[in-house]
Design a protein around this ligand. Sequence first.
Ligand SMILES: Nc1ncnc2c1ncn2[C@@H]1O[C@H](COP(=O)(O)OP(=O)(O)OP(=O)(O)O)[C@@H](O)[C@H]1O
Length: 321
Amino acid sequence: MIEIKGLRKTYRSRGREVRAVDGVDLTVGEGDVYGVLGQSGAGKSTLLRCVNMLERPDAGTITVGGVDLTALNRKGLRLARHGIGMIHQHFALLSSRTVAGNIAFALEVTGVPRSARKERVAELIELVGLGGRADAYPAQLSGGQKQRVGIARALAARPQVLLSDEATSALDPETTDSILRLLQDLNQRLGLTILLITHEMDVVKKICHSAAVMRDGAFVESGPVAELLHRPGSTLARGLFPLSAPATLPGRTVVDVTVSGPDADTALTGLARNFDISLLEGSVETLAATRAGRWRIALPEDGTAAVEFLRARGAQVEAAA
Ligand SMILES: Nc1ncnc2c1ncn2[C@@H]1O[C@H](COP(=O)(O)OP(=O)(O)OP(=O)(O)O)[C@@H](O)[C@H]1O
């Protein structure tokens, strides 16, 4: 659904050059929820703003739904953007308009006739769970409700793709969960493809099927979450399952073990039945992409047989670090 090749964007300010996006390739399949994780300054916002051409890249191609956006003229781009909704951290609502008015505004700018707007607005209000709040003004809404208006507005023109720019970063954990559940529901019910940027591991854990870790304008790893978990040295695996127990113990071999899929629930019992091990830290969790477990385990000093046992069951095993 989204195909990005060789994307570059450099900013020049006060004689200084900043390579905000430095050669990114990205494929987001139809119906995928794809998260780009990275610290502040990594280049996430620039990448996202290039996807709908709010920012024009210096090099590379951006294809959304089969259309190369970099090849379009201004009018073509305006039409193509109707197929790409966007939500923001700070909601960007019009304070002088009600919930219904904010959503209707998105329909006005995409040329939906007045007669059709009312019904579509009502439909969108229900879709995002804001029934009964149509006449409220943004100042009367909670953060979560404001983001629901943002989502309704972004979906007004029935886009196939939703871009999310840190949509939950300004919300408390409970509200974050409810917005993530809404996004997941929209992904499943409408088949909406979602590309989101975030600095929160939890967002990836809860709704992303695929993810990339971005640093200094480039992806250091990317792919399906279940696959990344099994990649040796994966930053994502370490971020999703942080392990801080001692990485060395006298007379023992300490390893970090990752298992995903149904084996995540049985791998440890099997290991403990066959070998003298100590579980130092870790957990099994349900991620959006898969059930997965990651543990730091002390094996006997010669851990070869235990490591083989785990690897034969599809586990990723590496020296604790
Ligand atoms: N309009 C601009 N002019 C000059 N430099 C910019 C501009 N926008 C971003 N940058 C720089 O590009 C780099 C990447 O910024 P970007 O906002 O894309 O990162 P980010 O990962 O989204 O971080 P944050 O979460 O803090 O926004 C940073 O060094 C930033 O200072």
